[in-house]
Ligand binder design. Structure first.
Ligand SMILES: Cc1cc2nc3c(=O)[nH]c(=O)nc-3n(C[C@H](O)[C@H](O)[C@H](O)COP(=O)(O)O)c2cc1C
Length: 187
């Protein structure tokens, strides 16, 4: 029987939006990400942030935490797309990430970060600290700060500005290159 080499398995990328708002501009960014990825990877958008309880370090957490950790563990790469709220990072996403600190799903994980907000520099800097603390693999080319995001949406709430599309494409390309390098090294 021939076994499938890990290198032959399709790449999996899990994306998480830090915004739970309807008509979120971060969701609009993730729609672009999904389109750019196309058939280069299996793209999964995690939608379960509101199911994750406040972090309490319970060694036997509820199923939602278990499933979240599993999803991240199995992913070849993770893409975070986050707004800035009150000069900080969104609480629901930070809370979910806190559940991975002891279990280590993001250690060495290829990770892309897009901070899309009105300003966003504080949240971007804070996320960089968080993911550095978690030892994620964060190539410079996969870190993108997108300010004035609302002004970049068209009347249908979509992003179609060619310059912005190109910068998002560069992030995705960088993430996929890093994932492939990581998989080659493991192989
Ligand atoms: C409660 C709240 C607080 C906000 N605080 C900030 C902020 O501190 N800095 C900033 O750049 N934008 C701030 N904004 C504006 C958001 O960056 C902007 O609304 C962005 O579109 C939010 O992303 P979303 O559309 O994906 O939810 C805030 C928005 C809300 C709703």
């Amino acid at each position: 029987m021939t076994s499938i080499s890990p290198i032959d398995k399709p790449i999996t990328i899990v994306a998480i939006s830090g915004s739970l708002r309807p008509n979120s501009s971060n969701h609009a960014v993730l729609n672009v990400v999904k389109e750019i990825i196309g058939d280069r990877a299996k793209f999964t958008q995690f939608e379960g942030l509101t199911d994750i309880p406040a972090f309490d370090d319970n060694p036997n957490p509820v199923r939602a935490v278990f499933d979240f950790r599993n999803l991240l563990r199995e992913a070849d790469g993770v893409l975070i797309c986050s707004p800035e709220y009150a000069f900080g990072i969104p609480g629901a996403l930070k809370n979910a990430i806190d559940w991975t600190v002891s279990s280590g799903e993001l250690v060495n994980k290829p990770l892309a970060l897009i901070t899309a907000a009105t300003g966003g520099e504080k949240a971007h800097a804070a996320w960089l600290l968080v993911f550095t603390a978690l030892s994620a693999n964060m190539p410079d080319g996969s870190m993108l700060h997108l300010p004035y995001i609302r002004s970049k949406l068209n009347q249908n709430g979509q992003i179609n500005n060619p310059e912005i599309l190109k910068t998002i494409e560069n992030v995705v390309d960088s993430l996929i290159i890093t994932i492939n390098q990581t998989r080659n090294r493991i192989e």
